[in-house]
Design a protein around this ligand. Sequence first.
Ligand code: NI
Ligand code: MN
Length: 227
Amino acid sequence: MKITWLGHAAFLLESDKKVLIDPFITGNPLSPWKVEDIEADVIVVTHGHGDHLGDAVEIAKKNDAPIICIHELSRILARKNVEAVGMNIGGTAKVRDVKFTMTPAWHSADVEEDDTIISAGTPAGIIVEMDAKVYHTGDTDVFLDMQLIGELHKPDVMLTPIGDWYTMGIKGAVKALELVKPKVAIPMHYNTFPVIKQDPEEFKKAVEEKLDVRVVILKPGESFEYP
Ligand code: NI
Ligand code: MN
């Protein structure tokens, strides 16, 4: 599987199918791409915040791609003339021949539209299974149930926030890897804005001193091939 980081929490996973997660492209100072350049078969949105929902609706329309998300957010997105596939925590859904398992995340998840804030269900993480299993935690703190996610789903690669302020920082992310035990971890949700500035090398050092997990630091636009 080819894993490309588009900056912030946005990733493109490519195997038989192209799965795009949290496509915050427009307004993302780290994004090396333009919305027009992106092709996807399926889109996942972990929660309704603007830095995750991003350009999902536009890309979904252009690619005729369904958006997978939590049920309440799917009801909101369905009004925008896109195919929104609602699911919920703990469930596995097969969409366009790709398996998606939704996991809990400790965060918040409202959507802002015009001047109103709309409740959009709970935030989530997602495990995408193609020729490898990738766990995108979504925005979250570390939580002890990550151990269950590791035991039940055995993800190969974990995409984890390290930015702090809105999510766990480096200390929490190291603990999260200890609980989930992936083979590879890729840090995300850092350096997009001043308040989430972090040194990914510090994270890599802390992990590799303590755990049998390989940390791969990507630059926005860079890819990693697993295995
Ligand atoms: Ni968020
Ligand atoms: Mn976020």
